[in-house]
Design a protein around this ligand. Structure first.
Ligand code: SF4
Length: 327
């Protein structure tokens, strides 16, 4: 690991100023991904700005939403009474991720900022446009079983590894950011970006901007929600495909739906057209297959991940059936 400077400010402005002024600086909170990347010299910040002294560790009920501070640990969110009661989808997604030890250290903001687990990104001997822009993408012609089937570019086909983010994208969450130019809010689905011709940029954060909190609006989806994660082993593995499914059901008719997938794109992949296809339909396996067919339009596989073209629609149907209670 390369040497770096370390500071631990107690004021938010001091933290954002420190990162805004120094292009080699990064925020650190739980460090569960960043420290790994630094040990492997995949990321080499010259300064770490530790934000753990900032007062961002609360979960609060607000008018019509629940605000989750950026420094709340993943395990604290998953176990929180309000979250379990109002957003079981989020709780389930968090519990499906990592291990108990990692969930105790990892924070909400850090979970949103974690980098792809593409093998080529982690191996500094191999080409990777995300790690070293212009070096090429090792995965496109290489081993790509874990990679994207939606939204990729000729420069990068990596997927976002976060389970939490898939649930927050489905639940219409908003991200509160603070930076040198003040505060701003962005929809959670606009926080992460597709690779395009800048795969080294994972998010729409501006330099020096800090994730302060995530607001999750109250919704009618607590009763019928399910997070399904399909992976190569039963725990401590990233999703091959995951589905966050939430339904508002009245008299056996779907009033509205929220659907997002993980493990298929460079960002949590919200399925707006499939949601529209479900609205007004009866709760039935047939309705769910129709929605899955809509969801898969435009999907394209590479040499080793064609299995996702079958796994993804099957997972959508299974997640919807479990959410609806007809599994
Ligand atoms: Fe790098 Fe993206 Fe290609 Fe993986 S898929 S090797 S992260 S450029």
């Amino acid at each position: 690991m390369k040497q770096f400077q370390y500071m631990r400010p107690t004021k938010q402005k001091a933290a954002t100023d420190a990162v805004a002024k120094d292009p080699t600086a990064l925020f650190i909170a739980g460090g569960t991904n960043l420290i790994d990347l630094m040990k492997r010299e995949v990321m080499q910040p010259e300064k770490l700005v530790d934000i753990n002294m900032l007062p961002l560790k609360k979960i609060e009920q607000r008018n019509g939403s629940v605000r989750i501070g950026a420094l709340v640990s993943n395990s604290a969110v998953a176990e929180d009474r309000l979250i379990v009661e109002k957003f079981p989808l989020l709780s389930q997604a968090l519990v499906s991720g990592a291990s108990a030890q990692l969930r105790n250290m990892a924070t909400v903001g850090g979970n949103m900022m974690q980098r792809t687990r593409c093998y080529y990104f982690y191996d500094t001997a191999l080409p990777c446009n995300k790690r070293e822009p212009g070096s090429g993408c090792g995965a496109i012609e290489g081993i790509n079983d874990q990679h994207a089937i939606f939204g990729f570019s000729e420069n990068c086909i990596a997927v976002n590894p976060s389970d939490m983010s898939v649930a927050l994208a489905a639940l219409d969450a908003t991200v509160l950011l603070s930076g040198p130019k003040g505060e701003r809010r962005i929809p959670f689905i606009d926080f992460h970006r597709l690779p395009g011709d800048q795969p080294e940029v994972d998010t729409n954060l501006m330099r020096g901007e800090l994730i302060v909190a995530v607001d999750v609006p109250e919704s009618p989806y607590a009763q019928n929600a399910h997070y399904l994660k399909v992976r190569e082993r039963a725990s401590f593995a990233f999703a091959l495909v995951s589905v966050a499914a939430a339904l508002d059901i009245q008299n056996n008719t779907i009033q509205s739906a929220r659907l997002a997938m993980g493990g298929v794109a460079h960002k949590p992949w919200r399925l707006f057209d499939a949601e529209k296809a479900l609205a007004g339909k009866p709760v039935s396996e047939e309705s769910f297959w129709q929605a899955a067919e809509v969801a898969m339009r435009g999907a394209k596989a590479f040499e080793h991940n064609a299995f996702k073209l079958k796994l993804a629609p099957n997972s959508i149907v299974q997640a919807l059936k479990t959410a609806a209670g007809i599994a």
